[in-house]
Design a protein around this ligand. Structure first.
Ligand code: FES
Length: 105
């Protein structure tokens, strides 16, 4: 796991949605779910090369806007086709109002 990097403050995240950050050249989606919990996953859908952060967040999953696969934000596992390969999940730490992420290798 890499060092924690400050990405943004909590108020810069949508109430329920995602922003993209780049850590060491890797695009990461920082996602706030319906319960207010913050997650970090690889931003690129494993089915094709599109940004998951542009998808819709629902409960604890995000839907790829292109073909509709949903990914569990806690595990990265796809819960619907056509994607079959999980996205990497990274570690989030909230420090006061700061959102920090450490990339999992
Ligand atoms: S590109 Fe994401 S499901 Fe096809």
């Amino acid at each position: 796991m890499s060092e924690f990097v400050r990405i943004c403050s909590l108020d810069q995240l949508p109430q329920m949605g995602a922003v993209v950050a780049e850590i060491d050249g890797r695009r990461i989606s920082i996602v706030r779910d319906s319960k207010g919990e913050v997650h970090a996953i690889d931003d690129t859908c494993t089915h094709a090369n599109v940004s998951l952060s542009e998808g819709e967040v629902d409960d604890c999953s995000i839907e790829c806007w292109l073909h509709g696969s949903r990914f569990d934000l806690r595990t990265g596992e796809p819960t619907s086709l056509p994607a079959t390969v999980p996205v990497a999940v990274h570690t989030v730490k909230i420090d006061g109002t700061d959102v920090l992420v450490a990339v999992t290798e």
